[in-house]
Design a protein around this ligand. Structure first.
Ligand code: T5A
Length: 209
C-alpha cells in the first residue's frame, strides 16, 4: 500500500504547534485527506503514561539520561503502535513534536552526546522519519508567557530561560543542517499568518486533489 505523509511540528514551549496542527488537520480533511493527529510524548496508552512521569513537576530528581531514555521509550511505542500503521494505511500523520525535540531538548538543552541521541533515534523510530518538519520559531520568553497564561508550567517548562534559548538554537541548527526537511517559520505573528505558511508548506508535500 502507498505510504502516507508524515509531518511534524516543533519549536519551543507555547510556540503555537497545537493551534496550527488543529487548523491544518481541518484544512486537509476539507481537501479529502485522511488525517491522524497525534503527539509526543504520548499518542498511545503506554506513551501517555510515560508522558505523565516525564512532565510531572514533582520528579525534580530525574537525571538527564533517564529523561532521554523515557522519551525514546515513549517514541518506540508510538511509532510501532500508531505512526507506522497509519502511514502504511496511506494516512497523513500530523505529530506535535517528534525526534527533533529530543535533539533540541536533550541534545542542545541538556548537552547529552549527539552520538547517543542518534543511536536512540535509530532504535526508537525504526527508520520512520518525517517528510516535513515545521519549526514555529519564537522567542522562548514569549512562548513561556503564552504557556503560562494558559496553565501552570510542567517539569521541562520550569527550566531556566538559558535552557530554552539553547533549545531554540537546537531547532534552528537542525533547519540549517537539513533545510529540505526542517523548515522554520516565524511563529511570533498572528495565528492566520502562521497558518497560511503552514498550509503552503504542507501543500508542497501532499498531493491534493
Ligand atoms: N520534550 C518533548 C522533550 O524534552 N523531548 C522530546 O523528545 C519531546 C517529544 C512536551 C514537553 O516535552 C519536551 C518538550 C516539552 O517541554 P507539551 O505539553 O507537548 O510538553 O508542551 P508544548 O509542546 O510546549 O505544548 P504547548 O501546548 O504548551 O504549546 P504549543 O502546542 O506550542 O502551543 P499552543 O498552540 O497550545 O499555544 C499556546 C498558547 O498560545 C496561544 C494559544 O491560544 C495558547 O493559549 N497561541 C497564540 N497566541 C498568539 N499568537 C499566536 N500565533 C498563537 N498561537 C497560539
Amino acid at each position: 500500500m502507498k505510504r502516507g505523509c508524515f509531518i511534524t511540528f516543533e519549536g519551543v514551549e507555547g510556540c503555537g504547534k497545537s493551534t496550527q496542527l488543529a487548523l491544518l488537520k481541518d484544512y486537509l480533511e476539507s481537501r479529502g485527506c485522511s488525517v491522524d493527529v497525534t503527539r509526543e510524548p504520548g499518542g498511545t496508552p503506554i506513551a501517555e503514561a510515560i508522558r505523565g512521569v516525564l512532565l510531572d513537576p514533582v520528579h525534580r530528581e530525574m537525571t538527564s539520561v533517564t529523561e532521554l531514555l523515557l522519551y525514546a521509550a515513549a517514541r518506540a511505542q508510538h511509532v510501532a503502535e500508531r505512526i507506522r500503521p497509519a502511514l502504511d494505511a496511506g494516512k497523513v500523520v500530523l505529530c506535535d513534536r517528534f525526534a527533533d525535540s529530543t535533539t533540541a531538548y536533550q541534545g542542545a538543552g541538556r548537552a547529552l552526546s549527539p552520538e547517543t541521541i542518534a543511536a536512540l533515534h535509530r532504535i526508537a523510530t525504526g527508520g520512520v522519519w518525517p517528510d516535513l518538519t515545521i519549526v514555529l520559531d519564537i522567542d522562548p520568553e514569549e512562548g513561556l508567557k503564552r504557556a503560562m497564561a494558559r496553565r501552570g508550567l510542567d517539569r521541562i517548562e520550569n527550566e531556566s530561560i538559558e535552557f530554552h534559548r539553547r533549545v531554540r538554537e537546537g531547532f534552528l541548527a537542525l533547519s540549517r543542517s537539513e533545510p529540505e526537511r526542517v523548515v522554520p517559520i516565524d511563529g511570533a505573528r498572528g495565528v492566520d499568518a502562521v497558518a497560511a505558511d503552514v498550509r503552503r508548506l504542507a501543500e508542497e508535500r501532499i498531493p491534493l486533489a
